[in-house]
Design a protein around this ligand. Sequence first.
Ligand code: SF4
Length: 213
Amino acid sequence: MSRREAILAEMGLAPVWRLRKRPAGETKADSGWIPLKAAVSGCTACALHKSRTQTVFGVGDEDADWMLIGEAPGAEEDRLGDPFVGQAGRLLDNMLAAIGLERGRNVYIANVLKCRPPGNRNPEPEEVARCTPHLLRQIELVRPKLIVAMGRFAAQTLLDTDASIASLRGRLHRYAGVPLIVTYHPAYLLRTLPDKAKAWADLVFAKKTMAGL
Ligand code: SF4
């Protein structure tokens, strides 16, 4: 093991280093995106397929260092097929711009669920269990350096906890071997303006963490 690998291992980051290595000879085209997109668009693994207009796969740079994960598509996302559109999406874009990031440039955005729960209700555990393999495969393919979980549902699902956002913020967690930081969902911030300052602090923390990875 090299000194760099030893340091990464000591920091608990060695799995990420391995995850980010694309197998020799593998190109983007045959890296698994095409079959995964086909699997998601035709997925009938849970009852949400019956009420969706279309699946909402994810969007952005497929080789991104940053991966942002939200909850599930809403009405607009279900209609358009992209995550984080509308007012919450605009807020997210502004938040990204504030730390020098841009949707689609070194950033990939996805949700835990790929189909809209009717009436924007909370996802059911069974739906999450059925959809999680799609998300895990996305993470494997993107090979992000850092995941930002946006909102209580994404954070609790990815970290397998019922702890509050307040108690999960400000610390470095890990999901599937990848460092993970928790922050508020942009839709929540639209309703709760005072927490925007906390979300800003989370993004600054994320940016500093990324700089050290
Ligand atoms: Fe499949 Fe996920 Fe859609 Fe359920 S929510 S049908 S598991 S893609």
